[in-house]
Write a protein that binds this ligand. Structure first.
Ligand code: ADP
Ligand code: ILO
Length: 331
């Protein structure tokens, strides 16, 4: 609505990406969901170039990343995790910490252009990669969604481990074809290291645990990412960094979050604007498009593109540290 001007439509309406995606394929989710925050997805990597008149504007608006900007080199934060000691050592505010990143498999487009055979082949490839984990803490089991009981699925979702089903934004983007084929979740015994397969992105790699030890969560994520990238090549763009289906996740792809209670601060009318000024995004207890429950919020870094993985985590770390200070100062 905001960036799809007549000029942009005229520039894009007769174009097709290398794999045949049209402008309508990019905007269908926002057309069907007028309350969407962003409303667009890229059916393939080439769509970011072919439909640049639209994507560039949205990317600049969301990330502050200009068409001439370039994603910095990868810096996962290796050797620097000690810079992130527990944010709330007494456990008064933070319930849990999670850091996730997205990855796409080289050679495959995104959801709307995938065939059932692609989903199954991709699932097979990543499954092989999981089986190869040598790190004891990361070793685990892959659970395909196809065949999972509804009770198990519901419990995994309620406990914040598994992606939801039937997201209307993804459905309208044509991203749920052949569901649940090729979709699933890998996790270690403790459910502190998890990988979502073929939901919104080919892979979402997640590290999470109770409490506020950001350094420990990041350290585990780094080991996990390295363990997989040795086995399956990921697709990366010179300018946009790691490629993802949704433009909000490009670049570092990192969303570092805490589940946190800030009773005094969150009662203030300007709570969201305080967070925005600290480059923090506020979500509800069940993730995006959900509400807070029992005063618990999901607070994370807003930007993912134009900053390294380490900087994305630091954005959340510094911002949440400040929020806790402000909470303590409130009368
Ligand atoms: P994503 O983080 O992958 O963009 P969502 O916002 O939908 O997707 O969140 C996915 C799940 O992760 C949700 O169940 C959400 O509650 C859970 N989650 C996010 N941050 C935390 C956290 N710090 N602790 C526990 N669960 C979390
Ligand atoms: N298309 C949805 C979601 C945007 C960002 N979030 C994710 C999960 N990619 C919207 O525009 O609100």
């Amino acid at each position: 609505k905001k960036h799809l001007t007549k000029d942009v439509v005229d520039k894009c309406k007769n174009k097709k990406s290398k794999l045949g995606a049209t402008l309508y394929d990019c905007i269908s989710s926002g057309v069907e969901n007028l309350d969407a925050g962003v409303g667009v997805y890229a059916p393939d990597a080439d769509s970011y170039r072919t439909f640049a008149p639209l994507f560039d504007k949205i990317i600049e608006d969301y990330h502050g990343f200009k068409p001439t900007d370039k994603q910095p080199a990868v810096d996962l934060g290796e050797g620097k995790t000690k810079e992130f000691p527990p944010l709330d050592p007494e456990g008064k505010y933070i319930k849990s910490t999670r850091i996730r990143c997205g990855r796409s498999l080289k050679g495959y487009p995104f959801n709307p252009l995938l065939k059932q055979d692609d989903y199954l082949a991709m699932e097979g490839k990543v499954r092989d990669a999981f089986t190869g984990f040598t790190d004891k803490e990361l070793k685990g089991t892959y659970y395909p969604l196809d065949g999972m009981t509804k009770d198990t699925q519901k419990k995994l979702i309620a406990d914040h481990f598994l992606f939801k089903e039937g997201d209307r934004h993804l459905q309208a983007a044509n991203a749920c074809n052949f569901w649940p084929k090729g979709r699933g979740i890998f996790h270690n015994n403790d459910k502190t290291f998890l990988i979502w397969v073929n939901e919104e992105d080919h892979m979402r790699i997640i590290s999470m645990q109770e409490g506020s030890d950001v350094g420990a969560v990041l350290d585990r994520l780094i080991r996990g990412v390295k363990g997989i990238e040795n086995r399956v090549p990921f697709s990366r763009d010179e300018r946009l960094g790691w490629l993802t289906f949704c433009p909000t996740n490009l670049g570092s792809t990192v969303r570092a979050s805490v589940h946190i209670k800030l009773p005094k601060l969150s009662a203030r009318k300007d709570f969201k604007s305080i967070c925005e000024k600290l480059h923090l995004q506020v979500r509800g207890i069940h993730g995006e498009h959900s509400e807070s429950e029992g005063g618990v919020y999901d607070i994370s870094n807003t930007a993912r593109l134009g900053l390294s993985e380490y900087q994305a985590v630091k954005q959340m770390y510094d911002g949440v540290k400040k929020l806790i200070e402000l909470e303590k100062e409130e009368k």
